[in-house]
Ligand binder design. Structure first.
Ligand SMILES: Nc1nc2c(c(=O)[nH]1)N(C=O)[C@@H](CNc1ccc(C(=O)N[C@@H](CCC(=O)O)C(=O)O)cc1)CN2
Ligand SMILES: Nc1nc2c(ncn2[C@@H]2O[C@H](COP(=O)(O)OP(=O)(O)OP(=O)(O)O)[C@@H](O)[C@H]2O)c(=O)[nH]1
Ligand SMILES: [Mg+2]
Length: 447
């Protein structure tokens, strides 16, 4: 018997609050015994029994439907019972307490899915997709999570891992014939294989990055010189006075995160301290934090004062160098002389004060947040964890190729092993122990 099935877990599986129907779910070796006592009936697998759920005194807690899924043909791979009662939080809590009296224990968040993983019903990326599906903010994200749940992402990772493994086997074999030059051992073929795997790795990384944006929304950091109107812009986009605005340069020091939805598309805006040379210790710390935030950003929204757009560019240029996308705004357009030129392809002219140009800004942000292909065919959700692992695999793989070119076969074999491990961590086929607890604890209880 696996460790996981030693005890039987129970939880309310439906959302908190009143509803038409509510479900208490049990999983584990004693699930059927607990339910049989509670329902005073031996359940037939996959049969909807109309029953009374009884408490210890023989009183009825509620009437409802009981459903047994025999191991291994269940969500978790263990015996699973569902007690489907009226959707009253009080009734469901009483039912759950009764299950605990009869020998079940309350499940931790994500424990049902964790058991499904441990019993081979889902791999790790699929289990995460379950949580992503539940949390999906719109139909696109839900569709993409479903694709990941169906194994689209996992299959591509596994295929790549198999390629890397095959290459590694090839290299290990070559080590055993160390006297021979690698080209007599199919070096040309090996190089071609490596090139193909690298291409596949880059493609998958691109898809995972789009999937990550789809799941987490676009991470947009507002930067610019002091007093340009960054905080005012955040407030205008958030539709409330979240950030402090004053005419004193250096007002904002801490990062301020605000999740906004633009036409149903989610995006995280981060207000930052103005960038300039010098500043006091607090301001410099603020700028340091801003730079750190930019390292993780998908988009830099650069806010300049429209009356003097050259003033702050320099201080910002370095900080945004590594950000994949930039959007330049010339703010305070209301202060420009009426005859001034308007938007061009390079920048948008806006006024956080009057709202001028904000519609165009919304449209631009929505397009960026949706991302190319993020909602298209084959899109799946992915997490930062997956993107990091793919990047690591790519780095190790690139290293292995360089080592192969220098005929450093032992080193290449080790780099390939690292690349393979990084891929394995995504699906959980190779796993760091503390990874699991971390992933499943962020689920809802009952999932
Ligand atoms: N009432 C209810 N609805 C639900 C769930 C549930 O647990 N209970 N789910 C929970 O997330 C989702 C469906 N997911 C499920 C996944 C696998 C199995 C299952 O019994 N699998 C078996 C048998 C497969 C088969 O008959 O083809 C298996 O994999 O062996 C059940 C639900 C959504 N709806
Ligand atoms: N006329 C006009 N004034 C603006 C506009 N946007 C911001 N301001 C003013 O400019 C000043 C600075 O605005 P903030 O939003 O605090 O600027 P910031 O870029 O966050 O400044 P720091 O946090 O100090 O870096 C305030 O007095 C705002 O009212 C605008 O579009 N038009
Ligand atoms: Mg500010």
């Amino acid at each position: 018997m696996s460790l996981a099935s030693r005890d039987t877990i129970a939880a309310i599986a439906t959302a908190p609050g009143a509803g038409g129907v509510g479900i208490v779910r049990l999983s584990g070796a004693r699930a059927h015994a607990v339910a049989a006592t509670l329902c005073r009936l031996h359940l037939k697998p996959r049969h909807a029994h109309y029953v009374r759920f009884g408490n210890a005194d023989g009183d009825t807690i509620d009437d409802g439907i009981a459903l047994l899924f025999k191991a291994p043909a269940s969500y978790t791979g263990e015996d699973v019972v569902e007690l489907q009662a009226h959707g009253s939080p009080v009734v469901l809590e009483l039912l759950l307490q009764r299950c605990v009296e009869l020998g079940a224990r309350r499940a931790r968040p994500g424990e049902f899915s964790e058991r499904a993983f441990l019993n081979g019903k889902l791999d790790l990326a699929q289990a995460e997709a379950v949580a992503d599906l539940i949390a999906a903010a719109d139909a696109n994200a839900a569709r993409a999570a479903r694709r990941a749940l169906e194994g689209e992402f996992s299959r591509r990772v596994d295929a790549l891992a198999a390629d890397v493994l095959a290459i590694r086997v090839h290299v290990e074999a070559a080590i055993d014939f160390a006297d021979e030059p690698i080209d007599t051992l199919g070096g040309a073929q090996l190089r071609a294989r490596c090139a193909a795997a690298m291409q596949a790795l880059d493609d998958l990384l691109g898809a995972a990055e789009r999937g990550r944006r789809l799941r987490d929304g676009l991470h947009a950091v507002i930067v610019g010189p002091p007093n340009a109107g960054k905080s005012s812009l955040l407030n205008a986009l958030a539709g409330s006075d979240r950030a402090i605005v004053t005419d004193i340069a250096g007002t904002t020091r801490d990062l301020l995160h605000e999740v906004v939805r633009i036409d149903g598309v989610e995006l995280t805006l981060v207000d930052t301290a103005g960038m300039r040379e010098g500043g006091d210790a607090i301001e410099r710390e603020g700028m340091r934090r801003a730079r750190g935030e930019l390292e993780r950003a998908d988009l830099a929204i650069v806010v300049l004062d429209a009356r003097d757009v050259d003033a702050g560019r320099g201080a910002v240029a370095d900080a945004i160098a590594g950000v994949p996308r930039r959007l330049w705004l010339h703010n305070k357009a209301d202060l420009l002389p009426a005859a001034s030129p308007g938007d061009d392809v390079e920048h948008l002219q806006v006024s956080a004060r009057t709202g001028q140009g904000l519609d165009a800004l919304h449209a631009r942000l929505r397009a960026l947040a949706q991302g190319e292909g993020a909602s298209g065919e084959g899109a799946f959700t992915a997490r930062a964890r997956h993107v990091d692992a793919l990047r690591q695999a790519r780095d190790e793989f690139a290293l292995a190729r360089a080592q192969l070119d220098q005929e450093a076969l032992d080193l290449a074999a080790e780099s390939l092993r690292q690349a393979h491990d990084a891929l394995g961590e995504i699906t959980g086929h190779v796993r760091a122990d503390d990874l699991l607890g971390h992933i499943f604890s962020s689920f809802c209880i009952g999932k």
